[in-house]
Design a protein around this ligand. Sequence first.
Ligand SMILES: C[S@@+](CC[C@H](N)C(=O)[O-])C[C@H]1O[C@@H](n2cnc3c(N)ncnc32)[C@H](O)[C@@H]1O
Length: 342
Amino acid sequence: MASFSKLLEQRTVPKDKEKDKDDQVYLDSYADLGIHEEMLKDTMRVAAYKAAIDHYASEWQDAMVVDVGAGTGLLSVLCARSARRVVAIEASRLAHFLRQVVDTNVPGTVAVHECLAEELELDDGEKADVIISEWMGYCLLFENMLPSVLSVRDRYLKEGGQMLPSKCRLLMAPLQDSWREEKINFWRSVSGIDMSSLMPLARATFCSAPQHRIVDPKALLGDAFEVLCMDMHTVQSADLERFEADLRVTLPPGSRLDGIVTWFECEFGDAGWQLSTSPSKPATHWKQTVFYFRQAVEGGGGILLTGKTVVERHDEFSRGYRVTFDLKIPGRTSRMEAFELR
Ligand SMILES: C[S@@+](CC[C@H](N)C(=O)[O-])C[C@H]1O[C@@H](n2cnc3c(N)ncnc32)[C@H](O)[C@@H]1O
């Protein structure tokens, strides 16, 4: 997951071919076993899916489960221990090894389809009782894999079938921490050499790109607010194109708003809200995503900051997003902080 944005920078393709190239670069990133190792070592992630599968296991004797983006096969194998049949879809070159993993562990139960989810073709009339997928990226939506899952849902999920996860929400909270200033101040003097001319560049570097890092929960300046909440049975790809939320943040006296931290939570049907990437929960490989403002907002004697955050699909990188914060600061001019998630 993490290396995808680096690979993207290597693109040199005409505008009309950009999406295909993004897809190819994206799937190439998933052919790298290192990414899968990182995900499989994420014990919170694995435990959440395992708890959900265990919760439903006794109801799945006759069920057909589709695992969208099966990767190295963890979810397919776990599901196949209870379900009648599992269809595992994997578009990257890893599909070859996925086939070996399922054949070794649950022979005869999992059918591997090496194709894009969008191109999946099941036998005539065959429908899924359950669709399971681990599609979440940084800040929930980065990578934009969700529309691929929805394309399978819309064609192959039975009426009343189960989506796992079943609900997902994206949260934001105000943050005060010294990370950004430390990154900038580093350039003031390096081994006794005055490199302060690099400080504006450091500010531009660390404040335009969102930072994926573990945040100390004590650095939260106030309560979290919900920016997006999706029911996976009904959400549409169009809902992901653009959404917004009101900002209403009370800055305590003497505080300083350095930016906004985001995380997400996923519910797995009756098994409950099993997965949270909140700073107050044990760390996951998603960490949190922080949008550090170019200029911090001083809380003075205490202020109510209002405004709006807008999240919209990136117009150039089909798997990226643009995030803007329109800030209205009492007694000061309004300002906009804009970021690219790519
Ligand atoms: C986040 S990984 C999850 C892997 C595995 N399910 C797990 O939990 O360890 C997502 C996987 O989905 C695959 N994938 C992404 N988009 C896809 C698509 N449109 N069709 C098929 N596979 C896709 C990727 O290659 C990757 O292996």
